[in-house]
Each structure stands twice: as C-alpha cells, then as structure tokens.
Design a protein around this ligand. Structure first.
Ligand code: ZN
Length: 657
C-alpha cells in the first residue's frame, strides 16, 4: 500500500486541524482502508475557552462525514475531561453515550461525534487514525488470526478481543490499554473489526497505518493469499428485465418498501457467484460488523426469497430469544444476492444504498477468498453480528432513514431527458428520491448527472431494438420501472397542410406517436411489477383540446397520443397502473422553441414576443420546471386515485376553458 503523504501538499493545510483534515482525506481516498463514511480520525488540541481557561479538546470525525471529503467543520470538538470521565463509568447505554458526547462539545452546532470518540480520547497520542482495512480484517478473520497478528507486529500492535463497538469497546480499551500500550506501540488491533494507529503528528500516525496495512498485505502475499484472479466472464446477453422486475417486487414486499436493485455482472461478481463453494463461503457473516446494516448478515444465494425470509426469522428468534415481535426495521429482505446467472445483485432503499452494498460486497469477496487461501475464512458468530444489527443506535439511524422522500426506492424513466421539460422532469423526480433513467437521442444525456441514482442512456426512440436495450439497461441499473414520463417529441413549425410534405408528416408521427406506443408497450410488463403500482405521465399539449393552424402533424400526433393514453388508462387499471396526461402550453425554455419559432408564432398571432409569452388568462410565463413538478406530483400519492385525467399547465387558455 502506497504512502500518499506529500510534504508540499501537506504544507497547504495549516495547524493541527488542517493536518488532521489532510491525512484523513488521504485515508478516505483508499477504499481498501475505509468505505463510504467508514473509519474515523481525531486530534487532541489544547485550546483557550471563552473564560480564558486552557482545555484539552478532542476533534473527532463527526457522523455523516466521509473521510475522503472531510472539512474542518466535519470534526466535532469534545472536551477531553468529559470523555475520560465517561470512560470510567461501569456502564452506559449507547443512546445515553451519544447524548453525553453531544453534551461534551464546545460547539453545539457541530455534527454528532463518532460513537468511537471515547476510544479516541483514551489513546495516549495526539493523532489517532482508525480504519477497517481489508488486509487487516482478512488476517483477523482466520482461525489463529490473533497469533498471525502477533507474528506480523510483535508488541508494536496491542490486540484487543472483539466486543461490540460503542461504549462496551471504549470501556474495555480504557481498562486494557493503560497496561498494554508501551512506548514501542504504534497501534491497536480491534479483533474482527479494524485497526487503530496513533502518533504525535498527522504524518506519523498516517505513516504507521500504511506501514501496518502494508505488512499485512505482504504477509498475505508471502503466503499466496493476496492475488485474487477471475476468469473472463461476459454479462448475461439474454434479456433479464422481466425476471429482475418480478424479483424486485417480491424483495420490496419483504423489505416493506420499494427497493432499488443493481446488477453487477462482471468477471469478479460472476466468478464468485459461480464458485461451487459459494453457499458455504458466503453464509458465515460479514467481514466486519460495520457492514451488517448495508449488506445484512449474509447474502441470498440463488433467488428463493421465501427461504431467505425463513432463515432470517430463525436467525432473529435464535439471537433474540424472548425479544417479542421482530421490529419492522429488521426486515427479512436480503441486500446482497448471489446468483450463478446474474452474478451479484445488491439492494437498498435508494440507488446510493444499493451501490454502497455493491462496493462493500466486492471488498467482502476479496477478503473471504484471501482468508480462505490463508487458512480458512471465519466471521464473527451470528450473535455478535445480531447485536450490531439490533443495536439501538443503528435502529435510530434506520428510523431517520424511514423519513424517506416520497419516491425513495422507486425508478422513473424519462424520455427526451437531455433538455427542456424532460430535463426538468429528471430533476423533479431525483428531488423526490427516485432513481432516474434519462433517455435521449443526444449523446449529452450520458453526462447530464454524475450520481448513483441517475443513468443517462443514448436512445433513438424510433428504433424498437434500441428501446428494448435501453429498458434492459435501466432495469439492470435500478431493478425495475415504477414511473414513465413520455415526453420526447418534435415540432415542425410553420407549414400549412397544403405545403406539408409526407416525409415530414411521417417523421413527426414516428417520433411523437409510434415511439410513444412502442415505449408504452415495452414498459407495460415492468410497470405491472412496480411494488406500489405503475404510473405513466404523458406530456401532451394544449394543441390536443385547442389546435392551432400551421401545426397539423404536431397536433394530430399529440391528439393520437392522448387517445392512446386514455386507452392505456382503461386497459391497465386492473394492473394498478395509472395513466394521466398534462397539456402544457407556451413553455418557452425548451429546445422546441428556438428564437425563430418563437418569433414566427408571435408574428402569426400579430403580437410581440413578450406579449406572446404571457398570452394566457393568468398572464404568467410557464417554465419547464412548472410542467415537471406537476408530472412528478401526478405520479405521487396526491393523485393515487386518478387515472385517465388530462390537466392543463398553460396559465389558463380561453379556448380550453
Ligand atoms: Zn470501527
């Protein structure tokens, strides 16, 4: 493992807090050290308070901050004296501990300190770094792991047996460490959990972390247990979307809320899922208790969700005898699925959670196989894992996550998503927590957003094979389809029927009508499998109820789509799919309305461009965002009992009213 310390770079970070920020980011940058908000760091600083008294303050990583992107305000300033007194208590609930940690802060608006704050306070050094490094966890999780650590580090690393993170761990360290930390010590190994290193400077504490992890890597490498190689394997080429969507519906039922499912079908995931010993290897438990909330204790091998549920109920009653009914938050739905055809499928309440589960499990695969090569993979007993899963603090975290946005775990597909109303729809659905697949013929769609809950897919909607491929890609990324926004359309301006060529007519029909029909037909099996019922929002036009001269092809195509949507509402009601239409007018911030078109339409009505823009009953301008927000609301609970409706978004039009 490479030491990334760079003196010139480090010099740009002033003071103890600056140095703390710099090496925290170096640690956060390496996923084999910490993953997604995992790990924590601290520095102890003498500070003068408002009254002129000198106080020792522990600046420890605040919860919700990722080390890779941490800022000075991401550290919580806790009074050392208070933390050390807490460490001396015989017992303290973790909920009370967190309240005490908050109460120890010199700045009430700082983030909640890491639950490992007391542990950081006990370590007798200024800078403390804590990771769950893959190589260390690998060596720990083997029979005789403790002896192996002694062989690697001698007395330079103090070994602490596994106890539940939180107050119990802090308490144990407070009794063990004063006797065990000698001047030679550079770190503390927390069995089945991770590694702490410390030093008087940020540089030395970080360098010791890298040194310890490198030694573990070399130990593994020297025993043929480091390199993991995979035979080349291709992702399944047959369409999986119908099966994935049906599987997602069943899994969402077990989870109690819609889930995002992400397929990982590369050489590593397929290679692991196809190993003959995968049932035995994968069913032991996670690499560290830190992972259990994202991945559950074990993956589902195969697709038998009912069997997973039964196993989970058994695990719950074995680990929590007499605990009464299972809390709803401990749902019996897997977050990781290993299937020989699919590879790895990860699930979560959002695209981000599914992505994190995927990244964690990729690391878990390597850890399991390296430990197996070293002498055997051995995870914590189920009871210890359960204790973390059942932990009141984790439960509180889940409860907060329970206040989820309205479309959490749901998937929307928007056509014509690169600009105008489509692009605004992408934003409106993302803002409500949906994962969004945006389709557009413009290549720019691929780069519209760089975030785990958006997938931009280049697609010519008039090509049926391309539409099928786009749906397949969207479902492999997010697991299914709940909401469809039919928005893509073209407008050919300014020609009367007498001058309108057949080619132009056919082109408009092909994009606005035929492509909408194909998309609806191909989406139907997916929408039918939506956990909360499918929804379709059709972006129509004022031209449907009130056509204008000079737009024959456009008006006729939109009227036909309108009729198509009404039939879909009738046909699909029994499948719990709602189909509603919006009729916008005068939305000028779209690609259709080039300055020339605007000019020509204004001239047609004998108006200035300015007067034309607000030429409606309410005298308001209508923006793409207004239409997009209504499209999203149409898919939400407010319209849960509405289908086949047509709603104008036009500022009021005299011919329509
Ligand atoms: Zn930890």
């Amino acid at each position: 493992m490479k030491n990334l310390w760079n003196s010139a770079e480090a010099a740009g970070f002033a003071g103890d807090i600056g140095q703390r920020v710099y090496t925290s980011r170096l640690i956060g940058r390496d996923p084999s050290l910490v993953l997604h908000g995992g790990g924590n760091t601290s520095v102890k600083v003498g500070e003068r308070n408002l009254f002129g008294d000198e106080e020792q303050i522990l600046h420890v990583k605040g919860t919700g901050w990722d080390l890779a992107a941490i800022e000075p305000r991401g550290f919580s300033p806790c009074r050392m004296a208070h933390l050390l007194r807490l460490a001396g208590l015989d017992s303290l609930s973790d909920v009370r501990m967190v309240a005490e940690l908050r109460g120890s802060m010199t700045n009430a608006s700082a983030p909640t300190p890491s639950v490992e704050a007391i542990l950081h306070a006990i370590i007798p050094a200024r800078f403390v770094d804590h990771t769950h490094a893959d190589a260390i966890v690998t060596v720990m999780n083997t029979p005789g792991g403790e002896d192996r650590l002694r062989e690697i580090y001698g007395d330079r690393v103090v070994i602490v047996p596994y106890v539940m993170p939180g107050f119990k761990l802090a308490r144990l360290c407070a009794t063990l460490l004063p006797q065990k930390v000698t001047p030679r010590a550079i770190g503390v190994a927390l069995m089945s959990h991770g590694l702490i290193t410390f030093g008087e400077t940020a540089e030395s504490s970080y360098a010791r972390m890298i040194e310890c992890v490198t030694l573990a890597e070399e130990y593994l490498s020297g025993r043929g247990a480091w390199k993991v190689e995979w035979p080349a394997a291709a992702a399944p080429s047959r369409p999986l979307r119908a099966e994935l969507a049906a599987f997602r519906r069943e899994l969402s039922g077990a989870m109690g809320a819609p889930a995002i499912l992400t397929l990982h079908a590369d050489a590593q995931c397929l290679g692991f899922a196809r190993r003959a010993d995968v049932p035995a290897l994968s069913q032991q438990g996670p690499a560290t208790p830190d992972h259990v909330i994202r991945t559950k204790r074990v993956p589902l091998v195969g697709r038998d969700l009912a069997a997973f549920r039964r196993d989970y109920e058994r695990y719950f009653s074995a680990c929590a005898p007499g605990a009464g009914p299972r809390p709803a938050m401990l749902d019996p739905a897997p977050r990781v699925v290993l299937d020989p055809e699919w590879g790895l499928v990860t699930a979560g309440g959002s695209a981000r959670d599914a992505a994190i589960a995927g990244e964690i499990y990729r690391h878990t695969i390597d850890i399991i196989l390296r430990a197996t090569a070293l002498g055997g993979w051995r995870a914590l007993p189920a009871g210890d894992i359960f204790e973390v899963e059942y932990w009141d603090l984790e439960q509180a975290k889940l409860r907060r996550a329970g206040q989820a946005p309205v479309f959490a775990g749901e998937v929307a597909l928007v056509t014509g998503a690169a600009s105008g109303i489509g692009r605004a729809c992408v934003d409106s659905f993302l803002r409500r927590g949906a994962a969004v697949a945006g389709l557009d013929v413009s290549p720019g769609i691929a780069r519209l957003h760089d975030r785990p809950d958006f997938r931009g897919i280049v697609c010519d909607l008039t090509d049926e094979a391309a539409v099928a491929a786009a749906l397949e890609e969207a479902v492999r990324a997010f697991g299914g389809l709940d909401m469809l926004v039919l928005n893509a359309g073209i407008f050919v301006p300014g020609k009367g029927i007498g001058e309108l060529g057949t080619e132009t007519w056919r082109k408009v029909m092909s994009v606005n009508l035929d492509a909408s029909f194909v998309m609806l037909r191909e989406s139907h099996p997916l929408l039918r499998a939506a956990p909360r019922g499918g929804r379709v929002a059709v972006i129509g036009s004022k031209n449907v109820p009130a056509p204008g001269p000079g737009a024959a092809a456009y008006s006729a195509s939109k009227a036909a789509v309108n009729q198509l949507a009404r039939v879909a509402a009738l046909e699909w009601g029994a499948d719990r799919i709602r189909v509603n239409s919006l009729h916008p007018n005068m939305v000028f911030d779209t690609a259709l309305w080039t300055p020339e078109v605007l000019e020509s339409r204004a001239r047609h009505y004998g108006m200035s461009v300015e007067a034309y823009k607000t030429n409606n009953v309410l005298r308001v301008e209508i923006a793409s965002r207004d239409v997009a927000e209504l499209a999203a609301e149409l898919c939400g609970p407010l319209f849960a009992k509405t289908t086949g409706a047509q709603i104008p978004v036009d500022g009021g039009n005299e011919r329509v009213i």
